[in-house]
Design a protein around this ligand. Structure first.
Ligand code: SF4
Length: 210
């Protein structure tokens, strides 16, 4: 599970260049309303890449993904599943700038931002990719809806706008933590318990890679 620090150091200039290019980006109208471009958090050498939807208010202020209430819940579930959010994962979003009033990103915005996501995938080169929420599922696999039925399953996609980027990787859709915030229960069968079980499966797969 340990990152290959030598490889990360070699790639660090490319990560820095990518982050600066994202910060300079004005490819879509979301640039006008952002405070910060939210590129990533976690370990660039991780074997697990987690893709969410878009920054919220807290992320826009702090410049990192998954740092608000939903991110705190995600971190807790990751830790409970045996995963270290800062070491075992690289976290990012399909969209790097906050949509106004946290509305869902539009297809044109997802398409405009996809090249940045593709570069992140290429640089991190993860074995496992977690698609968190419907927007990530649609951005990567062009699957609209159905996250509830697909969550927790390993997929090896051969179609979709990022099929080439995903070749050789295993993908798992997960429920978005902002959805999990609506259900406080953590009893068996609850959305939070299901997500914890999904993350435990991710931990198992990650352990098997070492
Ligand atoms: S959301 Fe993506 S494509 Fe749009 S301005 Fe921000 S970085 Fe650029």
């Amino acid at each position: 599970m340990a990152p290959c620090s030598a490889a990360v150091m070699t790639l660090q200039p490319q990560f820095d260049t990518l982050a600066q290019a994202c910060r300079d980006c004005r490819r879509c109208p979301l640039a006008a309303g952002r405070q910060q471009v939210v590129v990533s958090r976690g370990n660039p050498g991780a074997r697990v890449l987690l893709i969410g939807e878009a920054p919220g208010a807290d992320e826009d202020v702090r410049g990192q993904p998954f740092v608000g209430r939903s991110g705190q819940l995600l971190d807790r579930l990751l830790v409970q599943a045996g995963l270290d959010p800062l070491q075992d994962l690289y976290l990012c979003n399909a969209i790097k700038c906050r949509p106004p009033a946290n509305r869902r990103p539009r297809p044109a915005e997802v398409a405009a931002c996809r090249p940045w996501l593709a570069q992140q995938i290429r640089l991190v080169d993860p074995a496992l990719v977690l698609l968190v929420g419907g927007t990530a599922l649609e951005a990567v696999l062009a699957i609209k809806g159905g996250i509830t039925g697909l969550r927790g399953r390993w997929l090896s996609p051969e179609q979709g706008p990022m099929a080439t980027d995903m070749r050789g990787r295993r993908l798992m859709p997960l429920l978005h933590p902002s959805y999990l915030l609506r259900f406080a229960a953590e009893t068996e069968g609850s959305p939070r318990a299901l997500t914890r079980a999904d993350l435990q499966e991710v931990h198992r797969q990650l352990s098997a890679l070492v």
